[in-house]
Design a binder for this molecule. Structure first.
Ligand code: HEM
Length: 410
């Protein structure tokens, strides 16, 4: 390694893969000279870290309750102060929340949503099919997960623009927020809380089969979620679920444009949409990393991470580890261990929305290739604009064109 790598470097963030290869080989436990984090890049190390919740805590300075006293007061007086429930929590409290939420996010629940997800996908394709050029992110990848979750939270169609602002604010609130922006952000989130509170009141009286109603009524040992807990969970679902699914839809489409044979294979055999889903998650992992706090000295191979350090789990590097995946940078629809990627984490914090996200991605890729063909970038080298930031990886714009398929597949 000629020069010191840091993940604080925006050039490394834009394309982290050469850095991953260098570190995985030479420094699998790497002390980042700028952030001071211990960075893990090998599949086995990242996986072991995810499973070591008793010594690696999810309570870190990056996620969870870290608002200023002023913003705290605003939440307390006008809304509900966000609290640690799942992703920024440890055992035993995490287990309490997780067992409640697990009762709602079931395989059966996701299966029951599939027909509606397919309808939303069809409506979105109908909306742009006559256009010569689209921004796939704006016209499809953003609205799909947003509409799916909005309906489940009782958000009305006419309020979708508002919901988009709230969902963006939820994502923004998970990153470093400038002090002058914090109060405005808190106000936007409180607006959402007040809207959701009305819905919670309604479904407590008239329950239905939507997620919000199920979360409001779910019980473990006679315990139900309080309003504050429900509000915190919803914030987490929005911040964790929308942008990540959007990004993966964009990555899947990019693969189909760059490798037309992938789109054609799925058009011939729709069941391969599942494989594209896993390969997009693996090769273009939408959340490149998350963190843990070491509660004691923790050994990885020959290295020891000292107690109290921040450990950075690089999912994006683990998912391209040649020690686990053959020819890891290649998208391969026949790969037999594709779904062992760590894009959704593993262990007690395994993404609760993974089945929902997988269903949306699979149904989307299947429908897009069934109805459309000849996907092309429409603006040459300017067709793709990348997301910026420490953790996300993917596109924020994808300008493309396509042809309609005249003969529908059965
Ligand atoms: C492609 C889409 C998605 C990706 C890549 C993703 C990624 C992740 C990852 C890596 C974790 C583990 C966090 C950790 O170990 O600390 C996680 C947890 C979580 N995800 Fe997702 N997620 C996605 C979609 C969703 C969706 C659609 C929802 C909700 C509808 C959701 C809700 C959550 C929640 C609530 C947690 C916390 C679980 C816990 O701590 O027990 N995610 N997600």
């Amino acid at each position: 390694m000629d020069k010191q790598i840091s993940f604080a470097d925006t050039a490394v963030q834009a394309c982290p893969f050469p850095a991953y290869d260098a570190l995985r080989d030479e420094h699998p436990v790497y002390l980042d000279p700028v952030t001071g984090h211990y960075v893990l890049t090998r599949y086995e190390d990242v996986r072991r870290a995810l499973l070591s919740h008793s010594v690696l805590s999810n309570r870190t300075p990056f996620l969870g309750d870290r608002w200023s006293p002023e913003a705290n007061r605003l939440f307390e007086t006008e809304g509900w102060l966000p609290m640690d429930t799942l992703v920024s929590n440890d055992q035993p409290e995490h287990r309490t929340y997780r067992s409640l939420v697990d009762k709602v996010f079931t395989t059966g629940k996701v299966a029951s949503l599939e027909p509606r997800i397919s309808e939303i996908i069809s409506e979105l394709i109908d909306g742009f099919v006559a256009q010569e050029e689209i921004d796939f992110i704006r016209d499809f990848a953003i609205p799909l997960p947003m509409y799916v979750i909005a309906e489940q939270l009782g958000v009305r169609k006419g309020d979708m623009a508002l919901f988009k602002q709230w969902s963006d604010a939820a994502v923004e609130s998970t990153g470093p927020v400038a002090p002058e922006r914090e109060l405005a952000l808190a106000k936007t989130l409180i607006e959402m809380q007040l809207y959701i509170a009305q819905e919670i009141e309604r479904v407590r009286v008239f329950s239905d089969d939507k997620l919000l109603s199920q979360l409001a009524h779910v019980e473990v040992d006679g315990r139900r979620l309080s309003d504050r807990e429900l509000q915190s969970l919803i914030l987490q679902i929005l911040s964790a679920g929308n942008e990540t699914t959007t990004t993966t839809l964009g990555s899947g489409m990019r693969i189909m444009i760059e490798r037309p044979e992938v789109a054609e294979s799925i058009a011939v055999d729709g069941s391969l949409a599942k494989m594209l889903t896993e390969e997009a998650l693996r090769t273009a992992t939408p959340l490149q990393c998350l963190w843990r706090t070491a509660l004691e000295d923790v050994r990885f191979g020959d290295s020891v991470v000292p107690a109290h350090s921040i450990v950075e789990l690089r999912f994006g590097a683990a998912n391209r580890d040649p020690g686990h995946f053959d020819w890891p940078a290649e998208v391969n629809l026949n790969r037999d261990n594709s779904n062992s990627h760590l894009a959704f984490g593993a262990g007690i914090h395994l993404c609760i929305g993974n089945q929902l996200a997988r269903a949306e991605l699979r149904l989307a890729f299947e429908a897009l290739t069934r109805r459309l063909k000849n996907f092309h970038f429409s603006r040459g080298a300017d067709s793709c604009k990348q997301l910026e930031g420490y953790t996300p990886y993917g596109l924020r714009e994808l300008w493309m064109s396509f042809d309609r398929r005249r003969t529908a597949r059965c």
